[in-house]
Design a protein around this ligand. Structure first.
Ligand SMILES: *Cc1c(COP(=O)(O)O)cnc(C)c1O
Length: 374
């Protein structure tokens, strides 16, 4: 049996709960911006110990809304080079200029130093990405740097459902945090997003932006250049039911990660990204650096062809300043981001991963390690 790269875990009981919810939504005709959305928002805010959450159509929408509220148009926004295209695309859609920054090798995230090197007199905002579910321990230093310069810190927490640092959850460090419920994320509703914030003003603005910039639900006065960013009630129901599993999913994923840590300690040359003290990752991704000179494509194909272990996609293989469509914003080399993008692989982690699947990954790893690395 193959170990798949990823698996959507939506248990039977949850599927019936969603079926009941859909029946109710269709019977009542409350299809959008209704009680299911409010419940999903309240539950998500609760799970992250933040005061407010505003449900939207995607993680990209949540980022764009946070950036529009910050009025980044015509100004610079710092984006780490090793993130998903959407992080930079949201800046462009909001009228800003992405400025790509390097990252620290031990967290794959911005550090205060790499951020400082990317600041310009026109910097309006910084997008801190919790890559793979890891919140950098420099998050407080980064926040201080932003506060000192009057720059807005926004978290791209698309990977970071339920992650914490120092007991504080993803989404609580910046002025706003953007989560995604795209099908691959730790909890999903197929397509969807959530903006979280502690600010009444940002919450109110986000509600205006997501509904075509209307000043209020009942009027036809458009006070902002919003968009059709409302989440449907059906999506909210799917997301809310799935969210109830978040704690148990993270526990399972962390148990898998623990087994990987132990085994990798005996495979010199394969270097897992360690979880720094105080960090609690959801292991959206389990990242491992290969030694220099090892052919990643060959490593992955050996794992797949000989052992049936499919490795999920990297986070990410091509840094943003090397993406063709973003070439106009590339400005010089970013050596650490380039190196980690080129050299890491991600091991499969599923929210219901079984011990025999972990065993299969580990025996594949040790065989491929013996062939390609030792
Ligand atoms: C998935 C993802 C997004 C975008 O989320 P969508 O819901 O697909 O729009 C943004 N940033 C990162 C880092 C992501 O992984």
């Amino acid at each position: 049996m193959d170990v798949p790269a990823a698996r959507v875990v939506y248990p039977e009981d949850d599927r019936s709960a969603v079926a009941d919810a859909v029946t109710e939504i269709l019977a009542t005709g409350a299809m959008t911006l209704g009680p299911r959305t409010e419940r999903f928002e309240a539950a998500f805010a609760d799970a992250h110990e933040v005061p407010y959450a505003v449900a939207v159509t995607s993680g990209t929408a949540a980022l764009e809304i946070a950036l529009r509220i910050t009025e980044v148009a015509g100004r610079d926004v710092v984006v780490p080079a090793n993130t998903f295209y959407a992080t930079a695309a949201a800046v462009l859609h909001a009228g800003g200029r992405p400025v790509f920054a390097d990252v620290a090798a031990d967290t794959f995230a911005l550090s205060a130093a790499t951020l400082e090197a990317a600041l310009t007199p026109a910097t309006a905002a910084v997008l801190l990405v919790h890559i793979g579910g890891l919140i950098t321990p420099e998050v407080d230093a980064i926040r201080r740097l932003c506060d000192d310069r009057g720059i807005q810190l926004i978290e791209d927490a698309a990977h970071a459902h339920g992650c914490s640092y120092d007991g504080r959850f993803a989404g609580s460090f910046g002025a706003a945090g953007a989560f995604s419920f795209y099908a691959t994320k730790v909890t999903t509703c197929g397509e969807g997003g959530m903006l979280v914030t502690a600010s009444d003003r940002l919450r109110d603005e986000a509600r205006i932006y997501r509904d075509q910039g209307k000043g209020s639900f009942l009027t036809n006065h458009h006070v902002r250049q919003g968009y059709s960013w409302r989440l449907s009630e059906v999506h909210a129901a799917i997301g809310e039911v799935h969210l109830r599993r978040l704690k148990e999913f993270i526990e399972t994923r962390r148990e898998v990660a623990d087994r990987y840590h132990v085994a990798l300690a005996g495979l010199p040359g394969l270097q897992p990204l360690a979880e720094p003290p105080g960090c609690r990752s959801n292991y959206y991704k389990y990242m491992v650096l290969l030694p220099e000179g090892v052919d990643r494509a060959l490593f992955k194909s050996e794992m797949r062809e000989r052992f049936g272990v499919r490795l999920p996609g990297e986070v990410y293989d091509l840094p943003l300043h090397h993406q063709p469509v973003l070439a106009a914003y590339a400005d010089g080399p970013l050596p650490v981001a380039e190196d980690v993008c080129a050299r890491h692989v991600c091991l499969p982690v599923h929210s219901d991963m079984r011990d025999d699947e972990v065993d299969q990954v580990l025996s594949a790893l040790s065989a491929v390690h013996a062939d390609l690395i030792n």
